[in-house]
Write a protein that binds this ligand. Structure first.
Ligand code: ZN
Ligand code: ZN
Length: 396
C-alpha cells in the first residue's frame, strides 16, 4: 500500500514537472523551482547514427533490458541493423553478437570511449527510427567539467571559470527537459551547451567545478535563466527585443553596463556581404523583395543596441528585427545584431557593429577581464545578473 502511494506521488510529481517544463519551453523568461533536479544528467552525444565504435582502457559490459550481459576488453563496433535484432556488435576478433536496444554500456573505470573520445559515466543506446542515439549518463558536475572550456574558451582565470561553472550548471537545470522526447536531457551542441567529455577538461576548469559544487544562481528563489554570450560590445541588453517573452523580463536580465570588454578584438567588427547574397538569404526565408537599394538602422533600444533595420528595395521597403536579420542572413559572419552603421558601395554592403552573440545575460569577455582585475566570482555574477544570489541546489 505504502509502495502504491509512493508510486502515485512520484507519478503526480512527474506530471507536474512535465507541465512546468512545457511552459518553460514556450517561454525563455520562465524560471523553475530549485527542488526539481537530479544529480545525474543524460547528454545526447550522437544522434541518429548508423554505427559507433565503443571502447575502454579496461573491461566493459554491454547490458540489455533483460539483463543479458556481454563482456569486452577491446574496441567494438555497433551497427544498427533492425533485422533479427536491433544492433550487431562486431568485436576485435571479428566475432558478431546480436542485441536489442535499449542497452547500457558500463566500464569498470567509469570512463568509456565513443569513437575514441573518452567520456565519464556510462552510455545508454536507444532506438532512433532505424538508427541509434548514443547517450552519455553522468554526474551533473562531471558534465559541467566537459562544458566549461568549450563554452568559455581556454582561460586560466579561476574566478571566471567558477562563474562559467555556475551558469553552465544552472543553465543545464533550466533546460533539463529540452530533449525529453528523444530520451535525454541536453544535447552536446550549441543548441544546448557544447560538451566535449574528458578531452576538453583542464586542471583549472575541473578545480572551478569542484570549488562551486552544487552551486546555482537563483532569482526570487527560483533558478535564474543564466543566458550568456561571448562579448556584449559595452552594454548587455534585454531579451525582449530579440526573443518572444510572454512574462515581464526579470530585473537580472534587463541589461547592464559592462565596461570590461572594450579592448577585446570582438568588441568592434566589420563584415561585408553582397546585396545578392542578402537577398537570396531573405528569399529563402519567404521574405520576397526586389533589388536592395539601401539598408538603414531603423531604431535602437534604450541602451543603444540596434533593434531593427529598414530595407529599401526596388519594390518597396520593410522593417526587420536586427536579431532576426542576423540569424537569417549569416549568424557566423555577422557577429551580433548591434549594428553601428550599414553602408552600401556598388554591390557590397558594409556592416559595422559591436559585440559577439545575443548580448543577453553575462558577457564572457567582460567576466574574464573582471577576474583578471581581481574580482571574485560572486561579484562578477551579481554585476551581470543583478539581484541574484548563489545557493547550493537541493537534490532528490
Ligand atoms: Zn540541445
Ligand atoms: Zn562586455
Amino acid at each position: 500500500m505504502r509502495n502504491i502511494l509512493y508510486k502515485n506521488i512520484k507519478f503526480i510529481i512527474f506530471v507536474l514537472l512535465i507541465v512546468i517544463f512545457k511552459q518553460h519551453n514556450n517561454n525563455i523568461c520562465y524560471t523553475l523551482n530549485k527542488e526539481q533536479y537530479y544529480r545525474t544528467i543524460k547528454v545526447g552525444i550522437m544522434i541518429n547514427v548508423s554505427s559507433v565504435k565503443i571502447g575502454s582502457s579496461g573491461i566493459f559490459f554491454v547490458v540489455d533490458s533483460m539483463n543479458n550481459k556481454l563482456q569486452f576488453s577491446k574496441d567494438i563496433i555497433l551497427e544498427a541493423i533492425y533485422m533479427q535484432s536491433d544492433v550487431k556488435i562486431v568485436d576485435q576478433n571479428g566475432a558478431e553478437h546480436f542485441i536489442n536496444l535499449p542497452i547500457k554500456i558500463i566500464s569498470d573505470e567509469d570512463i568509456i570511449c565513443v569513437n575514441c573520445k573518452p567520456y565519464r559515466g556510462y552510455l545508454e543506446l536507444y532506438k532512433s527510427i532505424n538508427k541509434i542515439n548514443v547517450i552519455n549518463v553522468l554526474d551533473i558536475d562531471n558534465y559541467v567539467k566537459g562544458v566549461l572550456i568549450k563554452e568559455m574558451g581556454m582561460t586560466k582565470r579561476i574566478e571566471a571559470l567558477k562563474v562559467q561553472a555556475i551558469i553552465s550548471r544552472t543553465y543545464a537545470f533550466v533546460n533539463f527537459n529540452k530533449h525529453q522526447s528523444q530520451g535525454f536531457n541536453v544535447c552536446s551542441t550549441t543548441h544546448c551547451q557544447v560538451y566535449g567529455g574528458i578531452e576538453v577538461e583542464t586542471i583549472d576548469s575541473n578545480k572551478a567545478v569542484s570549488n562551486t559544487r552544487d552551486e546555482v544562481l537563483l532569482y526570487n528563489e527560483q533558478l535564474a535563466e543564466t543566458v550568456y554570450h561571448a562579448n556584449c560590445g559595452g552594454h548587455t541588453d534585454s531579451p525582449k527585443y530579440i526573443w518572444k517573452c510572454k512574462n515581464d523580463v526579470p530585473n537580472y536580465l534587463k541589461g547592464v553596463k559592462c565596461g570590461f570588454c572594450d579592448d577585446n578584438p570582438h568588441t568592434k567588427w566589420m563584415h561585408v556581404m553582397s546585396k545578392d547574397f542578402i537577398k537570396k538569404k531573405l528569399m529563402r526565408n519567404n521574405i520576397i523583395i526586389g533589388e536592395i537599394e539601401n539598408i538603414r538602422i531603423n531604431n535602437k533600444t534604450q541602451f543603444g543596441t540596434t533593434e531593427s533595420l529598414e530595407i529599401l528595395h526596388s519594390d518597396g521597403s520593410f522593417i526587420i528585427n536586427s536579431y532576426e536579420f542576423r540569424i537569417i542572413v549569416d549568424s557566423d559572419g555577422i557577429k551580433s545584431h548591434d549594428f553601428d552603421s550599414v553602408e552600401i558601395y556598388d554591390n557590397k554592403v558594409y556592416f559595422k557593429g559591436k559585440g559577439y552573440g545575443h548580448k543577453v545575460g553575462l558577457c564572457q569577455c567582460g567576466a574574464i577581464k573582471m577576474a583578471e582585475n581581481g574580482m571574485i566570482y560572486n561579484e562578477i555574477l551579481s554585476h551581470f545578473y543583478p539581484d541574484t544570489k548563489i545557493e547550493k541546489i537541493l537534490y532528490e
